[in-house]
Design a protein around this ligand. Sequence first.
Ligand SMILES: [Mn+2]
Length: 189
Amino acid sequence: MRKGEVKRKTKETTIDVQITLEGSGEADVETGIEFFDHLLESFAKHGRFDLVAKSQGDFEHHIAEDTMIALGKALNEALGDKGGIRRMGDATVPMDDSLALVALDLGGRVYTDIDVDFEKEKLIDLNSDLFVHLLETLASNAESNLHVDLLRGSNDHHKAEAIFKALGVALSEAVTEKGEEVPSTKGVV
Ligand SMILES: [Mn+2]
């Protein structure tokens, strides 16, 4: 089973993140930010990953950011040399009024384009202005290309949750193994 674990301790935060790619969608997530926990649980559930994320720290911004740094690095560790993976993945996922598109490539070239706006300042207890930054942080630490488009939607909770569900589904597709070969015409990613 492909697993990655990152423990990270700084003056600001203490983080422990573990991801198992061949999981069942079980999440054990405690970041102290309830809506962020909810998003990570949705991501794990719909990606069928097993995910542990235990995070403590000074401020919401640091805790959420450092959790995403650790998740990106743990994902990279789990993938190893990326031999045999499908590498690209995409998903278009509805949640009531909201429709989210996520397309990603784990090929090692970092690029992000994330298009979503929220009506309110807060997603329950997570600052809305953190949302895009958290996805960018994940993508850069996972050395990936991540495109996110909220195609439509009116409810902030649904918009955010649809995106994290789509992220799980798209990533699940991208990490699927199909043989041994490294998926690049270069022979290395
Ligand atoms: Mn919800």
